[in-house]
Design a protein around this ligand. Structure first.
Ligand code: UDP
Length: 244
């Protein structure tokens, strides 16, 4: 079996990544290519839990336009993440990968509810676990859900897959052409610099639980597998001591 540096990881994939070039929803080519990437990573023997975003279906703009309450709009966003999860499950199943979807909002006709010990069991059995519905609570995002699950499931790494963003920059590269990519940064420095690529709640959770975060472009070919094999891709955010 090819070598891997990690035994268990959580991979967060943003909804925007699933959208590809489309203005809304899922791009089938992106879904298929991500499926291949996940399959190659799974072939390494790593236990993989996936948290999907929902911004490709509901990103808060609709809620704002319709003057929806924040919590109501957030629940629609959580359901959107479950829709993405069910699609990814089908794509992975079609490639012969055993999967389970667990949701933070109960939908028993569609998937299991999230139960930590069952989740661990699925991972131990080599099933790709897809976690839909975020945290099940409004006012947070799937970045926080991914951090929370990484802590609960004792993942060794949280891989934050972004779309078109290949890591953490010194400043917003869209606004500042002089912004440069950081290969490593500590949690403290990330928070002190008020960098925005990940929720601060997710950062704090990972800092407390000593779970390093790798921010990377999830659509980059081979990125998931190469990171699992220990290659320095994107930006690694971790505790000061671990960076030495
Ligand atoms: N959401 C939420 N609680 C959660 C996770 C998600 O309320 O635990 C809602 C929130 O409105 C969020 C939307 O679902 O904007 C979609 O998730 P997110 O923005 O994290 O998706 P991404 O931007 O990664 O596609």
């Amino acid at each position: 079996m090819p070598e891997t540096r990690y035994q268990r990881v959580v991979i967060k994939i943003s909804g925007e990544a699933l959208q590809g070039d489309k203005s809304f929803g899922l791009d089938d080519r992106v879904a298929l290519s991500l499926t291949d990437e996940i399959k190659r990573a799974h072939d390494l023997g790593v236990q993989i839990a996936i948290v999907l975003g929902g911004g490709n279906i509901c990103n808060g703009l609709l809620g704002a336009a319709l003057n929806m309450e924040q919590a109501a709009s957030d629940y629609v966003g959580m359901v959107a993440t479950i829709m993405n999860s069910l699609v990814l499950q089908e794509c992975l199943s079609n490639k012969g990968i055993d999967t389970r979807v667990q949701t933070a909002i109960a939908m028993p006709q569609l998937a299991e509810p999230y139960i930590r010990l069952r989740a661990v069991r699925h991972l131990e059995k080599g099933r790709v676990l897809i976690l839909g519905g975020g945290t099940g609570n409004p006012h947070v995002t799937t970045d926080s859900a991914a951090a929370l699950r990484a802590a609960e499931l004792k993942a060794e790494l949280l891989m934050m897959g972004k779309n078109g963003v290949d890591g953490v920059y010194t400043d917003d590269p869209k606004r500042n052409p002089n912004a440069s990519l950081l290969s490593k940064i500590s949690f403290d420095e990330f928070l002190a610099r008020r960098l925005e690529v990940i929720d601060t709640a997710a950062i704090s959770l990972c800092q407390t639980n000593r779970i390093p975060i790798c921010v990377f472009d999830c659509l980059g070919k081979g990125n998931i597998r190469h990171i699992l094999q220990g290659e320095a891709i994107g930006t690694l955010i971790s505790n000061n001591k671990d960076l030495e």
